[in-house]
Write a protein that binds this ligand. Structure first.
Ligand SMILES: [Cu+2]
Length: 110
């Protein structure tokens, strides 16, 4: 079977949902398309408040491109591992994104 014939038969199988592997392949393609590309640039910020017990970090931050957010001071969600060693006044750079409806710090460097 040449490549073109294989592609055609795969497309037909997927369209007809006859082949389980074809359905899995289609789902993989969909989930890959839904994933955000790794948010490119770090955003600069200054730690204003660390609330480890609540999993919250208050940061005065610059514009966040991937969230379309201008500079402001706001509360982020963050894991304890992200907050370890941080205190108010620290200058940081970080990546954040929306996770389960909350803006979460994904990566942070002091
Ligand atoms: Cu903000």
């Amino acid at each position: 079977m040449n490549v073109r014939a294989f592609a055609l038969s795969a497309a037909l199988a997927a369209a007809a949902s006859l082949a389980p592997w074809a359905a899995v392949a289609a789902n993989d393609a969909t989930s890959t398309a839904d994933e955000r590309p790794p948010s490119g640039n770090f955003t600069l910020g200054e730690i204003k408040k660390v609330d480890a017990s609540q999993g919250k970090l208050t940061i005065k931050h610059g514009p966040i491109e991937n969230l379309g957010m201008p500079a402001m001071t706001m509360v982020f969600r963050a894991d304890a591992s992200v907050m370890a060693g941080l205190q108010a006044g620290d200058q940081v750079k970080f990546k954040a994104d929306k996770v389960d409806g909350a803006i979460r710090i994904l990566e942070l460097q002091k």
